[in-house]
Design a protein around this ligand. Structure first.
Ligand SMILES: [Zn+2]
Length: 389
């Protein structure tokens, strides 16, 4: 994997050896398969997330790294997990399968829930003329990657619909993608939301909407197998360290985030199984090469990234006195495909260009470029990026 060999050049080790090793015997895909097939998608604090923490510790140790720790960065008040029994169908006017998702930390249906689909009333007057008991309510509320914009719904009407004995609300995605978001904020095992909300593809939403408008009886069944786990649950960053031989006080951070979303069918591979597996493989190759880096390398797999960079923010808080010593922080949270370079300030050019030249020489079909920008725009992945030095 090209990014791993790049890391090798950045930490000033004889890159050829590590590049050769990475070409000859690359295990990045094997790590990714273990994480995503055997463990699965990993919302922060879920059983899969906790399993992944332990798995990563074992992996780092198996490479011969002695200093491997789980550093607690916080607690999740209530855990969330998807069970295996998720399904949805349109029953009338004809039977067909529907794809859907829900946000994390949202309730399930307690088994299959079948009911008439009705259009959401637009105001209290319309609400009073309808019987919503046992119905799925088709919402016209706009949605984004984060879910339904329920703040745009009339609060009193929302409350009235919630208390009308409905099976749940159906929101439509803006397109054919079904994305998941959500948070444990303001929730606990005892005080968890009760209203089921599912999101379907735009095309499925459109046809249900059309059938209802045409006066055709529209019936749907959703089995939403969402599960709650009593907290608080301790959550950690996985930290593994190779001590530097010449400048052990100076630290190079290499990492990714080990948590992911878990939309139905997702394995948490792109975001950020890829960063996790390349971090592990970088560690393995460096250990395997027998080369001692000059600076200390700290491999970090952060948690809580998807809820707002929480794990890396926790790291910054707990290691405030070490921030001065961090020479570079490389976090791979870009998904798949190869690293084609970086955007950075002009002063970085002398550090990156020699590394990129070595990489382009080794992998000419995947050239790398340094693009100078006026201001470095840190986005996502790691809270450490935002730290003024
Ligand atoms: Zn990410």
């Amino acid at each position: 994997m090209i990014s791993i060999a790049l890391l090798a050049t950045l930490i000033q080790t004889p890159a050829d050896t590590i590049i050769d090793l990475s070409k000859r015997d690359n295990r990045a895909m094997a790590h990714l398969k273990e994480l995503c097939y055997d463990i699965g998608a990993r919302p922060t604090g879920s059983p899969e997330y906790l399993k992944a923490e332990q798995w990563a510790v074992k992996k780092f140790k198996s490479f011969g790294i002695k200093n491997v720790t789980l550093e607690k960065w916080g607690e999740v008040p209530v855990g969330f997990q998807r069970g295996p029994n998720n399904s949805a169908s349109l029953i009338a006017p004809f039977k067909t399968e529907i794809q859907f998702t829900t946000n994390c930390w949202m309730p399930g249906t307690n088994g299959p829930a079948k009911g008439k689909v009705v259009l959401a009333p637009k105001n209290m007057e319309a609400f009073k003329s309808m019987d919503l008991k046992g119905a799925w309510v088709l919402m016209e509320t706009p949605t984004s990657m984060r879910g339904a914009d329920s703040a745009s719904e009339d609060a009193a009407l929302r409350e009235a619909i919630s208390n009308a004995g409905i099976l749940g609300r159906i929101y439509g995605s803006k397109d054919e993608y079904l994305t998941t978001h959500g948070s444990w904020q303001g929730k606990s095992f005892e005080n968890r939301p009760k209203n089921v909300e599912v999101k379907v593809r735009k095309s499925d939403w459109d046809r249900m909407f059309s059938y209802i408008r045409l006066g055709q009886e529209t019936v749907a069944e959703f089995n939403v197998d969402n599960r709650w786990i009593k907290g608080p649950i301790d959550v950690h960053n996985v930290i593994a360290e190779i001590r530097g031989s010449e400048k052990p006080d100076e630290i190079v951070v290499i990492g990714g985030h080990i948590d992911s979303w878990n939309s139905i069918g997702s394995q948490g591979a792109c975001d950020n199984g890829t960063g996790t597996s390349s971090t592990l493989e970088a560690a393995r190759l460096i250990m395997k090469s027998g080369i001692r880096p000059k600076r200390t390398i700290r491999f970090m797999l952060f948690g809580g990234e998807e809820q707002g960079l929480l794990g890396s923010a926790g790291y910054v808080k707990n290691h405030a006195n070490e921030l001065e010593k961090i020479s570079v922080c490389i976090v791979d949270d870009g998904g798949t495909n190869y690293e084609s370079g970086v955007n950075g300030i002009e002063a970085w050019r002398p550090f990156f260009e020699p590394s990129f030249a070595a990489m382009t020489k080794a992998f000419p079909e995947m050239p790398m470029a340094f693009n100078a920008v006026e201001k470095y725009n840190a986005s996502g992945g790691c809270f450490l990026y935002g730290q003024e030095r």
